[in-house]
Design a protein around this ligand. Structure first.
Ligand SMILES: *Cc1c(COP(=O)(O)O)cnc(C)c1O
Length: 394
């Protein structure tokens, strides 16, 4: 990469999922006029990419470059994001008596979480479209990932996060050269904090789903699953949900893959996993609502799940329902117990968000919602090494 050559991107336009209205993809865009996240659309009929062609492709998410928005690879900093292992986790399989279980290990991404996928693409595309200063309110990992790609591409990053975020996140952002603000409150307050700079200084807002391309980076998890399962899909995907970008992204990827002939119409059941300390999606799912109300007094050690209000709530709920999946809350005690359990049976020091998916799987097997013989994928979305305070429950 970074040869200054065309990537072959098939990006055509952006689309508002509420009104269907089109937006120009070749200028900087945030939300649609009605306040919805914009979705990137491609000329999929022209896509000739075959799974078999990818055998010798680059070992990062840029292997899917035609289906990503960046047009010139001179704007890309490939730090090795994506193309993460799909582990058979044999001892966990035996322990749970789930012979077809996998762990998608996102902790090996740059900055130790799958936020690198979204930011690698969003920052490259923002640079391509002329942005110089980028801003995010974050629960932690998104700030680190923004700081990393801004550093690699020579852009300025402005990061705001709650002042009680584990210290590893603030250390990382500082070291990577970001302008860091610690704010009282939650991710929603952190986002409000950077709005001043966005309004008055022209910083570009790269908060979750407020620009179209973090979603594109995260959708590559869906492509990878199909590649790594030799063209097949899992039966069930357990995804720890904060803003929901990964879940919405994979759901989008499945539709794209059907259009380009990689898969058929069958879909995995998407399970949105949250902590009972912050479970707006679970509550909305259970109440049959299309939107999720703001969750009051959100509290969880899994900081990536501490998102009291998600701007893509309707897209998460729609994907979960259409897939025949469910949304489930697990307690902080269940997350903590599952943390050591998954780590000691896999060799992965997972993030508490990843541990939450195992806690949820126990529940779903107990109630019969998931069968032991099904093909199950747990997402470990990040490294547990940033959450030492939570492990010791300080
Ligand atoms: C951000 C984050 C999540 C939630 O991801 P979304 O796609 O925003 O729902 C889960 N786990 C970790 C480690 C995260 O950093």
């Amino acid at each position: 990469m970074t040869t200054g050559l065309p990537t072959g991107s098939l990006l055509t336009h952006l689309e508002c999922p509420r009104t269907g209205e089109s937006y120009d993809a070749d200028s900087l865009q945030n939300l649609s006029k009605v306040g919805a996240p914009l979705l990137a659309r491609y000329d999929l009929d022209r896509c000739t990419l075959k799974r078999e062609d990818l055998r010798t492709a680059v070992g990062s998410l840029w292997r899917y470059a035609p289906l990503l928005p960046v047009r010139n690879d001179g704007n890309i900093a490939d730090l090795g994001e994506g193309w993460t292992p799909l582990l058979k986790a044999e001892r966990l399989r035996t322990h749970l008596r789930t012979p077809d279980l996998y762990v998608k290990d996102e902790s090996v991404n740059p900055t130790g979480s799958f936020k690198a996928r979204g930011m690698a693409v969003a920052v490259a595309r923002a640079r391509e479209l002329g942005a110089a200063e980028l801003a995010v309110g974050t629960a932690g990992n998104a700030g680190s990932a923004l700081a990393a790609y801004a550093a690699a591409l020579g852009l300025k990053a402005h990061v705001a996060m709650p002042d009680d975020t584990p210290k590893a996140f603030s250390a990382e952002c500082q070291a990577l050269g970001a302008d860091l603000a610690l704010v009282k409150g939650l991710i929603t307050d952190a986002n409000a904090h950077v709005q001043i700079g966005i309004r008055e200084k022209g910083w570009f807002d790269v908060a979750t789903l407020r620009e179209p391309y973090r979603l594109e980076g995260k959708k590559t998890m869906g492509y990878e699953l199909v590649e790594q399962l030799d063209g097949e899909l899992p039966d069930v995907i357990l995804y720890p949900t904060g803003g929901g970008t990964g879940l919405i992204g994979m759901w989008k990827a499945f539709d794209e893959m059907e259009r380009i002939g990689w898969i058929g119409s069958r879909r995995p059941r998407m399970v949105s996993v949250q902590s009972t300390g912050c479970a707006p999606i679970v509550r909305a799912f259970e109440n049959g609502e299309d939107h999720a109300e703001m969750w009051q007094n959100a509290a969880t050690s899994a900081s990536g799940l501490r998102v009291p209000r998600a701007i893509g709530d309707f897209l998460i709920l729609d994907a979960v329902r259409k897939s025949g999946g469910t949304a489930i809350g697990v307690t902080e005690d269940q997350i903590h117990a599952a943390w050591g359990e998954i780590a000691s049976h896999t060799g992965l020091m997972v993030a508490p968000e990843g541990a939450a998916t195992l806690a949820a799987l126990h529940e779903l097997i107990r109630t019969g919602a998931v069968g032991r013989d099904e093909r199950i994928v747990l997402f470990n979305t990040g490294s547990g090494l940033k959450y030492i305070e939570a492990w010791f429950r300080e």
